[in-house]
Design a binder for this molecule. Structure first.
Ligand code: PEP
Ligand code: MG
Length: 585
């Protein structure tokens, strides 16, 4: 048995067979051919290119049907690679000149092509390398008559093990066939981990070496709550985990029962528990989870995996759909937050040395006012439903907020002139996720209608820990006193200025921290849909005045470990037999 420890990314247990989705490495044969073989080899190349084109087109159609046209656009770049005459001519020339088989010639041409692109000082062309490698794997699988990996073709449920799951792949995940996944890279709040939690798929990320230690068909157990992975475990451990799984499923059922009940403490303090959404297919989960609306609607998916930008109308339709779906509850639409670990394949966001500190989110939007206003106009037009709020990510000071609000006002004026309707009183929120914003929360509160604390970023920036880097994941501590002090003071500043304050970072969905944050007076908690039932259950089982007292003590503790230990002790006293189930699992 191999036992691996990674980052606990999404709770739950999965026991099943490994489906290895590493980078498909083919063993490419090399042999000499005769002059007579040349035409046959060229024919094989053409046949493979046609088959691949057919495969990509049908994939494109299916994605367009299931997820919308925007998602399917990524394949246009793939189709272009197949039509690239320079590449095809180069392959044919090699076959003729060197008299080598097509598989080898093709692989050599691709290598040459990729090397040239990588050397060019052009981000757009460099990004095309991903498309070329992707397409070449498909062509190679046809030449070698090996089947290309498509998770949708799986006929049994599996645990996917891969180096990483980039956003373009997660958009196409067949949730019903995936019991869990394990990756080599990533931290708890990396894009991959967030998607796993939102879809309710147990996941361990950042194992560093998982792909080196498994092969398809191995038996694997993953414990997403503890970040543990067992490869080919003995019967005893399998039995033990099967029992745990049964227990876990029962607990989930219990937590799901009182879905319709309000999140209200025993001493009648009402708290809003809402959901985070990053993909449209999560919308049914929001309703099922019992969330009161959407506290964070990440709009990046509309911009994902395409070379062009979504139009105002496309965006308008997407925002209107979600507004109608959650009515009478509300949806907080966050303006795009590209950069960081999202959208690395977009030409507008060139690779940067420190992407999380670079041209990201509101910085990018303010530098591209036309792009930003297109989104703002779309949000405003959808706001006729009167349940949309808008918020800006990565605000680092009041000037950025003012500038963003100015563009919002300009958009309103334009729409008025054009006779288009919108909610003139739309609430405008500021995300507090940069320490400078947290420390100047009083002035930001005076010009905001609400706050939403983005702890995923606030933690990384205040502790100087890259949220997507598994090597420093041990330092990524939501319970660090510095983080807690910042959060507490943000809540106080908001309340002093009579605005409500929520949290949409992953910390809000972790019951132990929710226990503390209720005591800090947080008004709204927004989290991945699967976390909603437990946090609501927690709220119904405590008194605000008890956790308020506990939270006052916590703030004087010196380390995250002390904080967690103290919170666990206090929560156990209050929740008694329900403690393990609600807080620890
Ligand atoms: C956050 O930073 O906490 C947040 C919710 O935003 P994102 O994870 O999209 O950066
Ligand atoms: Mg953020």
């Amino acid at each position: 048995m191999i036992n691996l420890q990674g980052v606990a990314a999404a709770g739950g247990i999965a026991i099943g067979k490994v489906f290895y989705l590493g980078k498909e490495e083919f063993v490419i044969p090399k042999h000499r051919i005769t002059h007579e073989d040349i035409s046959r080899e060229i024919y094989r190349l053409e046949e493979s290119l046609i088959d691949t084109r057919r495969e990509i087109s049908s994939l494109q159609k299916r994605i367009a049907k299931e997820f919308g046209f925007d998602h399917a656009k990524i394949f246009e770049a793939h189709l272009l690679v197949l039509e690239d005459r320079v590449l095809i001519e180069d392959v044919i020339q090699q076959i003729k000149d060197k008299k080598i088989n097509i598989e080898y010639a093709f692989s050599q041409s691709i290598k040459k092509y990729v090397n040239i692109l990588l050397k060019l000082n052009d981000d757009y062309l460099r990004e095309r390398v991903i498309d070329i490698e992707d397409v070449s794997r498909r062509v190679m699988s046809k030449l070698l008559k090996q089947k290309e990996v498509n998770l949708r073709d799986l006929d049994e449920k599996v645990v996917v093990v891969s180096h990483d799951l980039p956003p373009s792949q997660t958009a196409n995940l067949p949730k019903e066939k995936i019991m869990g996944f394990v990756t080599d890279v990533g931290g708890r709040t990396s894009h991959t981990a967030i998607i796993a939690r939102s879809l309710g798929i147990p996941a361990v990320v950042g194992t560093e070496v998982a792909t080196k230690n498994v092969k398809s068909g191995d038996v694997i157990i993953i414990d997403g709550s503890l970040g543990q992975v067992f490869v080919n475990p003995p019967e005893k451990i399998i039995r033990e985990y099967k029992e745990k799984l049964v227990k876990y499923k029962k607990e989930i059922e219990i937590a799901h029962v009182p879905r319709a009940l309000k999140a209200c403490t025993k001493d009648k303090k009402e708290i809003v528990v809402s959901a985070n959404v990053e993909l449209p297919e999560e919308l049914p989960l929001v309703v099922q989870s019992g969330a009161e609306g959407i506290g964070l609607y990440r709009t990046e998916f509309i911009f994902l995996g395409r070379r062009d930008l979504p139009t105002e109308d496309e965006q308008y339709k997407a925002y209107l759909t979600v507004a109608k779906k959650v009515k009478p509850n509300s949806v907080i639409i966050r303006t795009i937050d590209i950069g960081g670990d999202k959208f690395l394949s977009r030409p507008e966001v060139p690779a940067e040395l420190s992407p999380f500190l670079g041209w990201r989110a509101i910085r990018f939007c303010l530098a591209r006012p036309e792009l930003f206003k297109t989104q703002l106009r779309a949000i405003l037009r959808a706001s006729t439903e009167k349940n949309i709020k808008v918020m800006f990510p990565m605000i680092s000071g009041i000037e950025e907020l003012r500038e963003a609000k100015k563009l919002l006002e300009e958009s309103k004026k334009e729409l008025k002139k054009e006779g288009k309707k919108f909610d003139d009183k739309i609430s405008v929120g500021t995300m507090i996720e940069v320490p400078s914003a947290a420390l100047t929360a009083d002035s930001l509160a005076r010009e905001s209608d609400f706050f939403s604390i983005g702890t995923n970023d606030l933690i990384q920036y205040s502790l100087a820990v890259d949220r997507a880097n598994e090597k420093v994941a041990y330092l990524y501590e939501p319970g660090h006193p510095a983080v807690l002090r910042l959060i507490k003071s943000v809540i106080e500043s908001a309340h002093k200025n009579k605005i409500w304050v929520g949290m949409c970072g992953e910390m809000a969905g972790e019951p132990l921290f929710a226990f503390l944050l209720i005591g800090f007076g947080l008004d709204e908690f927004s989290m991945p849909p699967p976390c909603v039932p437990k946090v609501k259950e927690l709220i119904r089982n405590i008194k605000f005045k008890d956790v308020e007292k506990i939270s006052q003590k916590v703030i004087d503790l010196a380390t995250a470990r002390e904080v967690e230990k103290y919170l666990q002790e206090e929560a156990r006293k209050i929740l008694k037999d329900d403690f393990e189930r609600i807080i620890m699992r």
